[in-house]
Every structure is written in C-alpha cells, then in structure tokens.
Design a protein around this ligand. Structure first.
Ligand code: ATP
Ligand code: MG
Length: 451
C-alpha cells in the first residue's frame, strides 16, 4: 500500500529495460485469483480507453502461487481522470498523488505511471543533498514506471487488455532463481530511498529468496542512511518487518545487515557476540510468539511487542538512575520509561496510544508481585492484565527463579475457582504476616500509589 514510496531517479541510472511479454497461454495467473474489486477497477479503466495493469506484489505473489496481501493497479489515466471514473475515489499523497478506490474496508490503490524528471522543477520533483527523493509527481510511460520500481520481481505488469504479463526487468527469471535484485545501480537506488534496504530484507524472508550479490553488497555500509527517514514512515515499515508473520527471521537478517541497529539503537546497545543478553533472549521470545500468533490467526498488539523488546534496556536505565540519582526502584522505572520511550520514538514514531499501553504493561510488572488483600482480584479486572501476565510469563522463561514462580502463581490463580483464589491470597497474607519475607525488601522501599 505504499506505492507513494516508489521514487524515481534524477540521473538516468538505468539502462533501458528490455520488455518480455508473456502471453496468457504461457503463465498461470487466473482471474479467479484476483479480487473482484481489483478486477472491477481494471475493467472500468480499460473500458474507458485507458491502459490498466495489475502490478507489484499482486503479480509477483500470484505467479508464486501465493495469495497477495493487496492488489495495486497502474494506469496511464491521470488521478483526475481516475476520479471522474469512480464515485468511490479519494485522491491521496503528497510525494506522489494516488487514487484510492474504496469498497467498504477494501481499498484498491491506483497509481498513474511515473516518469523521468528531465528538468527537476520544485513543484513536481525534489531531491535532497544526499540524493534522496523528496517529491515525485511526474507522470510518464509504463516503461519509465517500471524503471522506478524497486526490485525486478516487483516490476511485472498484468495487462487486463489481453491477460498478458509485461516483464520489464527480468523479473520472471529472478522469480525462478529466487532472487531479490534491485533494478539499476544499487548504491544509487538505496540513496534515493534507503527504505529499499528494509524492503530487500523483508521480501527475501517473506518469499524465501536470496538477495542477489550486488543488491546485498552496499546495504551494511549504507544502513545509516535510514536515520534520514521520517520516524512515521519507519514505524510503518517496522511493523511490516516484524509483524507480518516472519518477525524472528526478519530481525536476525536485519541485524546481520546493520539495519535493525538503525531502527532500534537503544536495544542494539545490548547486543552481544553470542546473542546471549536478556534483551536478545527477549527479542527471540517475543518475535517468535508474535509469529506463532499470526499463524494461529490471533490478534497481535504492537504495544506488547515493543514493551517486551524494550524491557531489559528499561531495567538497565532504571538501575543507573537508582545508583546515580538515588531514586527508589519504582521512581527509577517511571523515569526510565520516559527516557527509553523518548529515545525510541525519535527513530520510530510509535503512536501515543501504543506508548500508553507499553507503560501500562511495564507498570503491571511492578504491581503483579503485590497480591495480598484484594489486590490480586483488582489487578485481574484491569484491561491490560492479560498482556501484563503474558509478558510476565516470558520474563519468567528468561529470568527463572522468583519471576517464574510468580508467573506460575498467577496462572494457577486465574484458572482457579473463587474459593481456591481466596485460599491462595490467604496463604500469601499469612506469609506476609510473618516478618522478613524476602521479596519485600526490594519491592517495598517506597509504596507506589495505584497508577
Ligand atoms: P507487499 O504488498 O506484499 O508487501 P508489494 O511488492 O506489493 O509487497 P507494496 O509496498 O505494496 O509492495 O508496493 C507495491 C509496489 O510499488 C512494489 O511492488 C514496487 O513495485 C513499488 N514500490 C513500493 N515501494 C517502493 C520503493 N520504496 N521504491 C520503489 N518501488 C516501490
Ligand atoms: Mg502490495
């Protein structure tokens, strides 16, 4: 859904692409596999005399026999002309104007072919000092549009006019060889839009392809260019990377290419040679469990993932604050939460509604050891209790000892009937009545107010 990220090059970096046309008889894409809404849009454009193609991931995934995430359409109709054809059309985008055709919650994105920029004019195209394209509003031919696309396997066009596939950059061959290959000169293409480095990793994992040698080579060195990308865009990309069902593998490959480090600098401070720090163990656990949940069709919450990823960096920061500023554990955690989240949103703009949940999940970790009286019953009523408990269980796996015991206690408590629950709390009350329970010393220095 982000063809507005598809950016052109000022310099003619690409030698002309050779078009290969695959006729209907020679490929396996059936219209039955294309969504009704996408077909409607394609046919209406075609009926009005315009060229209309299905393009990008839609074609790529169908050729691979997979179900596309979305269907993107490219046409020679201008956004205004598209709007005249569809009542349910909205024009969006600043970097590149696109038409969204709305069918309830299903949105079909229609983009006008993008062209070369002969004379860069401020209104239609703009490039930064570093070679990054900031604006891109020149329309062009389908050939030019193909050169603007990122990878060869993403530059195949399915023509609704005769059901043929137009392959501009050797995408069919690369699909067979299972290769992610940039169109044009990799260095230039990454400088134009550094997010392409993330996309290379994402597609390699999702499709189980290799990254072609020249495409892979510059990534590690150019990775720092991601620092120039707006945090809001990086937030969207980070979710696509980590919450699309292959988060664990994607993280590992991103890390090899020095990309994860750019998006999560606070976390990267805790990286070790043998991947053994608690932070790294937690990354593996939470990303694996996210992947599993997606496979099982369960809901996933970005806040939970970020809360887990940042938990041990939070602990370290709090420890430091306790030492240097003589803060209580509770106050140190509260203050460290601000530091850690402020740092993180500088690279990835996690929306406020999620940072609020992250804080809640963290605070629950402080509250869950304190279960006596009515506390345990009240905690269970909280909205985010389940998330807090799931996270406590993960911590238990890593920390073992008291944390694991506590997670077990809560598990039993949740599954117990009323009488059993009361007995469990009474047990605690009895032991708390005795002097010197061990946990108190660390957690009861200062009594937090209910948050
Ligand atoms: P998926 O939807 O499965 O994530 P996709 O290939 O369809 O994969 P989209 O982000 O939907 O990816 O983009 C659609 C198409 O737009 C891509 O296939 C590619 O041709 C082009 N595109 C998207 N982003 C860029 C970019 N940053 N640079 C160049 N081309 C891009
Ligand atoms: Mg797509």
């Amino acid at each position: 859904m982000n063809k507005n990220d598809c950016t052109p090059s000022e310099a003619p970096v690409i030698t002309e692409l050779a078009l290969n046309i695959i006729t209907r008889q020679e490929h396996n894409i059936s219209r039955k596999k294309i969504s009704d809404n996408a077909l409607k849009v394609l046919y209406r454009l075609h009926g009005a005399g315009f060229d209309a193609y299905l393009v990008g991931g839609g074609v790529r995934d169908l050729l691979l026999g997979q179900a596309p995430k979305d269907f993107d359409i490219a046409t020679n109709a201008t956004p205004e002309q598209i709007r005249q054809l569809f009542k349910n059309c909205r024009l969006i985008g600043r970097r590149f104007r696109l038409a969204h055709i709305m069918f309830g919650r299903d949105i079909i994105e229609v983009a006008t072919f993008r062209g070369h920029h002969q004379e860069p004019s401020k209104n239609v195209s703009q490039q930064s000092k570093e070679g990054m394209l900031l604006r891109d509003n020149v329309y062009g031919t389908i050939d030019e549009d193909a050169e603007r696309r990122d990878f060869t396997v993403n530059a195949m066009y399915y023509n609704i006019g005769d059901y043929s596939i137009h392959d501009y950059a050797g995408g069919i061959d690369d699909l067979e060889d299972k290769l992610i290959r940039l169109i044009g000169d990799p260095d230039t293409r990454y400088r134009e839009d550094p997010v392409r480095m993330l996309r290379a990793i994402r597609f390699a994992i999702k499709l189980d392809f290799d990254i072609e040698e020249d495409t892979a080579e510059p990534i590690e060195e150019l990775a720092t260019l991601l620092q120039d990308i707006p945090p809001a865009r990086l937030y969207e990309e980070s979710l696509k990377m980590l919450q699309s069902g292959y988060g664990l593998e994607t993280y590992h490959l991103m890390r090899e290419y020095n990309l994860f480090q750019q998006l999560f600098p606070t976390i990267a401070e805790f990286f070790t040679e043998d991947y053994s720090s608690p932070t790294e163990q937690m990354l593996d656990l939470v990303l694996d469990s996210t992947d599993q949940r997606i496979e099982e069709g369960k809901r996933i919450n970005p806040a939970f993932m970020f809360a887990a990823m940042l938990w041990y960096p939070l602990q370290e920061k709090a420890k430091l604050l306790m030492e240097t500023r003589k803060l209580s554990f509770y106050d140190a955690i509260m203050e460290a939460s601000n530091y850690i989240l402020d740092d993180q949103v500088r690279t990835i703009a996690i929306p406020r509604r999620h940072t609020a949940t992250i804080r809640e999940i963290w605070q629950l970790q402080l509250r869950m050891p304190r279960r006596n009286g009515k506390r345990a019953f009240r905690l269970m009523e909280l909205n985010k209790f389940r998330a807090g408990f799931d996270f406590l269980e993960m911590r238990g796996e890593i920390e073992q000892g008291d944390t694991q015991q506590l997670a077990k206690w809560w598990e039993v408590f949740q599954n117990a009937g009323r009488n059993m629950r009361q007995a469990m709390v009474a047990d605690l009350d009895a032991s708390e009545g005795q002097p010197k329970t061990r946990r108190r010393k660390t957690l009861r220095k200062k009594k937090p107010k209910a948050s």
